[in-house]
Design a protein around this ligand. Structure first.
Ligand SMILES: *[C@@H]1O[C@H](CO)[C@@H](O)[C@H](O)[C@H]1NC(C)=O
Ligand SMILES: *[C@@H]1O[C@H](CO)[C@@H](O)[C@H](O)[C@H]1NC(C)=O
Ligand SMILES: *[C@@H]1O[C@H](CO)[C@@H](O)[C@H](O)[C@H]1NC(C)=O
Ligand SMILES: *[C@@H]1O[C@H](CO)[C@@H](O)[C@H](O)[C@H]1NC(C)=O
Ligand SMILES: *[C@@H]1O[C@H](CO)[C@@H](O)[C@H](O)[C@H]1NC(C)=O
Ligand SMILES: *[C@@H]1O[C@H](CO)[C@@H](O)[C@H](O)[C@H]1NC(C)=O
Ligand SMILES: *[C@@H]1O[C@H](CO)[C@@H](O)[C@H](O)[C@H]1NC(C)=O
Ligand SMILES: *[C@@H]1O[C@H](CO)[C@@H](O)[C@H](O)[C@H]1NC(C)=O
Ligand SMILES: *[C@@H]1O[C@H](CO)[C@@H](O)[C@H](O)[C@H]1NC(C)=O
Length: 468
């Protein structure tokens, strides 16, 4: 249907007979699917038994105007509505990712399944034409948490690139809010994919890491990756249906099932695989892959990303995450992602992934993939630091703690030529101080956190940079 809307917009004045012909051409051209991801969070359970669940899904196409709809695979998906927003668009118009937020009311907490089925994928070397994807939504009450099951939380970019002569690991985000074990496998049956042929060039581990190893240049081209992510309880638990029927499940039984589908593009040989030359290299304060970050409701989180490439030119940050993440570029490989969670996301964790893209001689180069999980609430490790700071006197970094169990409060006065925001202090100064302390001999796993800051005077140029 949306393909039709798009064609009408392009050529709205055509006569109806020629329009029909045009639609056939368009439906072939416009079918450029780049994959999908779906996750969910249960919301309220009403006393009468019916439940509400919010499902978030990414749909990736060549153009932001293309879309598709999830349908009910069996007949117990209840009623629902959804809104769709753009997340990110590749600067060259290669792809567009949208996020749909679907709210459904279901009469009971019984398992239900949503599916996506249409044609066609971008052309790929593993011969996938039609797209198929399925989500299994388990909402029964768990005996270990006393709540409905929550799905693993993950996301992915529509496409990631690697030159055919370089080794690269894609460690996907696999965070589970219930603490379940999360595993990935290739789709293997019809509602999950059709056909399911996995890319020959990738090795998948059950911990959701995909490894590309250089083989031969005949590997160059695009591959469709059709993965399924599942959560397994870490011990035997009972699931209770609204009608009170209990089912015992073991560590071998899956709870929910999610699709993660995207493209991997194997590009021509690069003269050097060393990061920081053609392939962009991440520098501090870019968060580590799979890092967990915290931000309270209504408070904006800033993620600073810094990358360097000495031969190619860094062009853009490509990201996937909640649709209301804002991106700003601050020059020379520096980017900031900003996100403010709303009240109804309190206690939830939301995924974000990013890659830096550089260009040299019209060829695109990607950095490694990094993903973070953002939990909406206060950082639980902050309390310990606050308490110790009030009970211990301030000390200097020259006194190394004898073991990593020790917490030291540190008062630092910083003089700067210009105004510093709290996020500058957190992301740049605290990070630099930690690097310096490690250089001076402290263990590299020390945690340095900003507890509070207060401005004591106007910006000055006279004082030394850091006093302790
Ligand atoms: C969708 O349904 C939910 C629950 O009834 C409601 O809160 C929300 O406003 C609805 N959204 C739209 C876009 O209609
Ligand atoms: C889930 O079970 C716990 C007890 O195990 C109960 O307290 C809670 O109300 C139940 N939740 C729902 C949504 O039925
Ligand atoms: C290289 O790829 C081909 C298929 O594309 C595969 O059969 C072969 O085993 C691979 N070689 C290595 C060393 O991985
Ligand atoms: C699960 O239910 C069975 C039967 O009701 C009960 O014997 C068992 O203790 C329950 N297990 C857990 C983990 O709650
Ligand atoms: C890139 O240039 C910077 C500054 O000259 C240098 O510190 C860095 O080592 C270079 N990177 C690589 C990978 O050669
Ligand atoms: C968050 O902002 C909304 C709208 O401005 C407000 O209604 C709500 O009370 C705020 N919640 C918190 C926890 O600050
Ligand atoms: C993102 O940008 C939009 C539009 O410019 C603005 O309304 C919104 O408040 C911004 N969000 C954040 C978290 O900065
Ligand atoms: C740029 O690419 C073209 C073809 O893609 C190639 O012939 C040329 O040698 C490349 N130039 C450099 C400087 O790598
Ligand atoms: C952390 O501090 C907050 C407020 O100071 C308090 O409500 C909360 O219970 C504390 N959490 C822990 C784990 O101590």
């Amino acid at each position: 249907m949306l393909v039709l809307t798009w064609c009408l917009r392009v050529d709205g004045v055509m006569m109806s007979t020629s329009l029909l012909l045009l639609l056939l051409v368009c439906s072939v051209q416009a079918s450029h699917f780049y994959g999908t991801v779906m996750t969910y969070y249960p919301k309220n359970t009403h006393p009468a038994g019916f439940m509400e669940v919010v499902l978030r899904y990414k749909l990736n196409f060549h153009s932001c105007k293309q879309t598709d709809e999830w349908t009910c695979l069996n007949s117990n998906c209840g009623t629902g509505n959804f809104t769709v927003h753009t997340v990110d668009e590749e600067g060259d118009g290669e792809w567009c990712q949208t996020e749909g937020v679907m709210t459904r009311q279901v009469p009971t907490n019984a398992l239900f399944q949503l599916q996506l089925a249409d044609a066609a994928w971008i052309s790929n070397k593993n011969g996938i034409v039609h797209w198929r994807a399925v989500t299994v939504v388990e909402l029964r009450n768990r005996s270990d948490t006393g709540q409905a099951n929550r799905s693993p939380q993950t996301t992915m970019l529509p496409a990631v690139r690697v030159p055919s002569n370089c080794q690269r690991d894609f460690n996907l985000l696999a965070f589970d809010p219930d603490g379940d074990e999360v595993k990935c496998r290739y789709g293997n049956t019809i509602p999950e994919c059709n056909p399911c042929t996995p890319p020959s060039v990738l090795k998948l581990s059950s911990s959701c890491s995909l490894s590309f190893s250089p083989n031969s240049s005949s590997n160059e081209g695009s591959y469709a990756v059709q993965l399924v992510m599942e959560d397994f309880p870490r011990q035997t638990i009972n699931l209770t249906h609204t009608n009170k029927v209990q089912t015992t499940i073991t560590t071998h039984n899956t709870l929910s099932k999610l699709p993660i589908q995207f493209a991997i593009k194997v590009d021509p040989v690069v003269p050097s695989c060393t990061e920081g030359l053609y392939l962009p290299k991440f520098l501090p304060p870019t968060p580590n892959n799979r890092a967990q970050l915290y931000t309270p409701v209504n408070q904006s989180l800033e993620i600073s990303i810094n990358a360097q490439a000495n031969i190619s030119t860094i062009d853009e940050l490509l990201f996937s995450g909640p649709y209301n993440v804002n991106q700003t570029a601050s020059g020379s490989g520096r980017f900031i992602l900003r996100w403010t969670p709303s009240e109804d996301q309190s206690g939830e964790s939301h995924p974000m992934c990013f890659v830096v893209q550089a260009v040299y001689n019209s060829t695109k180069y990607h950095s490694e993939l990094r993903c973070v999980i953002v939990s909406v609430g206060n950082d639980p490790s902050l309390n310990a630091t606050t308490e110790s700071q009030t009970t211990q006197p301030a000390t200097t970094p020259e006194t190394p703690p004898p073991s990593n169990q020790v917490v030291i409060g540190l008062k630092v006065r910083i003089s700067a030529l210009s105004q510093l925001s709290t996020s500058d202090i957190r992301n740049i100064i605290v990070q630099r101080m930690k690097e310096e302390m490690v250089e001076q001999g402290l263990p590299s796993d020390i945690i340095l956190r900003l507890v509070s800051s207060v401005q004591v005077g106007p910006p000055t140029s006279a004082a030394p940079a850091v006093q302790t």
